[in-house]
Design a protein around this ligand. Structure first.
Ligand code: ARG
Length: 573
């Protein structure tokens, strides 16, 4: 569980403002910042926004609150306040703060919360398309979704992990036609997805010359929708082949799902959806197709059924949302996909809203940026793809080479290389804001220095090795002795330890694992400073025990934070 210091200070400041100015301002906690530099205080309140609300000069406001705080005897844990250029900087009584942090930080469930108890979140992520490779874009949603799943679970929610496989649609019609024209059983069995992809690309090229192919493909898909046996046998076969490859990727990443109902599961629920829309006078015919008009919301229409009556991505998603609400009664339904699907989800959510489903407001799209390879968008059609499995394997092999160079004596090299290689790829995907494009380059992903997983993992292993060298009896019997941790370097580290629950909260609430990724990097940097400046194993009595205790807290948090990102920390590196 967490330390509520920020909250406590927020409440105290609210009270001060009420006493001083007779006005209640309820969101002060959110305005409080944590200064980078220790000499700017442990917490800081920029008074600019508050001053606007109170119609006062910010400098004066900071000054007045400071005077009042320093004169008050209610603030048991504040040592002093300072006003600097419109900022109110608050310094805590170190001993008290250290003590409260150290006690919490060593609890088993530090950083957990029960805020989500009894609430269900549907998390739709990964969702690759059958018969197409699992490429870097799908790798990103898989990594992001997995981290959000872990973050929300840590906050007490029950999360249903949903892999909404792209296993239905006109592309299967194309694939059947392509298979019949340019492939064979042997070729597909041998080549797997690569062969399916080859003929899919070939279809796209051939259709430019012969447009009749398009009609043929459409007809085959229509057959699938009518449960034609021959069509379905093909479809099942293509699906099996694809799932084998996907499973290999999931295994490498250590990822599982609670539901793998793909789009095919919802196609027979679309007629009922269309019927319901009709009854609600929301269905309009347009060129033989059926749509929901969204003109008044400035959006193109949401397609429900096509000319030939078949379902489509939009309507299958609407049917899926209704099914999920019925099945899970979610409090939130989240979708992690590339930003290019923003409009799609806006249409789906709006169409459900106009149907009168008030829970449509509980659905959120979490968009992420493109994966760019040497300046080009990754695209299946153009063939410039980077496959997830290749990337992960390459990362592991490069990690193994690095281990051979740096630490050839290491035990469990293969296992460790896996944790390092996969960790590096995951961290690289999560360290920046989701919406930013990721520039994929081997040098950056596998840079073992700087803001990377290997740097953080190495720090964790270093802390672990210090603890191993110490007498375990010493560590277990330790009582936190705050006297020995008051120096600036230890104190800065302890404060970071204390911010862990807030980092989790912020990352979850903003749907931004990057908040946690950056937090844990800062923690590692500060720990390495502490390690360089403060002797641990050779320190005098009192100091040694207290520092070991701090070391233990940091190691535990790094490992825990990394696991919330989906990354394992090897014991040794
Ligand atoms: N299969 C889709 C794609 O690869 C993503 C599906 C996302 N989930 C959903 N419910 N639409 O683009």
């Amino acid at each position: 569980m967490g330390i509520k210091m920020k909250k406590t200070i927020g409440e105290l400041l609210e009270k001060e403002v009420r006493n001083l100015y007779g006005i209640s301002i309820s969101k002060i906690e959110r305005m409080i910042e944590i200064p980078q530099e220790g000499n700017m205080g442990d917490f800081s309140l920029p008074c600019f926004r508050l001053a606007k609300e109170l119609k006062k000069n910010p400098k004066l406001l900071a000054e007045e609150i400071k005077e009042s705080l320093n004169g008050s005897n209610e603030t048991g844990y504040i040592s002093r306040a300072e006003a600097v250029n419109g900022y109110l900087n608050i310094f805590l009584i170190r001993e008290l703060y250290i003590d409260s942090i150290m006690q919490k930080a060593l609890e088993k469930d530090y950083g957990s919360s029960d805020i989500g108890t009894g609430k269900i979140i549907c998390m739709d992520y990964s969702s690759p398309n059958i018969a197409k490779n699992f490429h870097v874009g799908h790798l990103r949603t898989t990594i992001i979704g997995n981290s959000l799943y872990k973050l929300y679970t840590k906050r007490g929610y029950s999360v249903v992990r949903i892999n909404h496989l792209g296993d239905w649609g006109t592309q299967f019609g194309k694939l059947i036609v392509a298979y019949k024209n340019w492939s064979s059983k042997e070729l597909v069995e041998e080549g797997g997805i690569a062969e399916l992809l080859r003929i899919y690309i070939k279809f796209d090229a051939e259709v430019q010359k012969d447009s009749a192919l398009q009609e043929e493909a459409r007809a085959w898909f229509a057959k699938m929708e009518q449960a034609d046996e021959e069509a379905l046998v093909f479809w099942k076969w293509f699906k099996e082949i694809s799932l084998k490859e996907f499973d290999r990727v999931y295994k490498l990443l250590n990822i599982e799902f609670d539901s793998c109902h793909g789009e095919s599961f919802y196609m027979d629920k679309v007629p009922a959806l269309a019927e319901e829309l009709k009854e609600k006078h929301l269905l309009t015919e347009s060129d033989g197709a059926n749509i929901v008009n969204l003109d008044q919301y400035n959006m193109p229409p949401c397609l429900i059924t096509k000319k030939d009556g078949s379902s489509i991505y939009h309507s299958r998603d609407m049917a899926a949302a209704i099914y999920r609400k019925k099945t899970y009664d979610f409090t939130q339904c989240l979708y992690v996909t590339g930003a290019e699907q923003k409009l799609h989800f806006a249409q789906v959510f709006k169409a459900l809203e106009v149907m009168g489903y008030e829970w449509a407001k509980d659905m959120y799209h979490i968009p992420y940026g493109l994966v760019i390879m040497e300046g080009k968008k990754v695209s299946t059609r153009k063939g410039n793809i980077l496959y997830a499995e290749d990337i992960l394997k390459e990362a592991i092999s490069r990690a193994l080479t690095a281990i051979e160079e740096k630490n050839p004596e290491l035990r469990e090299k293969e296992e460790t290389a896996k944790k390092i290689g996969i960790g590096a790829v995951i961290y690289h995907d999560l360290v920046n804001q989701l919406i930013k494009d990721v520039n994929f380059s081997w040098e950056e992903v596998l840079n073992f220095d700087g803001m990377t997983a290997p740097y953080i993992q190495y720090t964790c292993a270093r802390a672990g090795s210090i603890l191993k060298k110490a007498d375990t009896k010493d560590i277990q019997e330790l009582k936190s002795n705050t006297e020995y941790l008051k120096d600036n370097i230890s104190y800065e580290l302890i404060k970071l330890v204390g911010h862990y629950p807030d980092a989790i909260k912020e990352a979850a609430e903003k749907y931004e694992p990057s908040v946690l990724a950056r937090y844990v990097y800062n923690l590692a940097v500060q720990f390495n400073k502490f390690y360089q400046e403060c002797r641990i194993l050779t320190a005098e009595e009192g100091y040694k025990e207290a520092r070991l205790l701090l070391c233990k807290a940091v190691q535990k948090i790094i490992a825990d934070a990394m696991s919330l990102l989906g990354i394992e920390c090897p014991e040794e590196m």
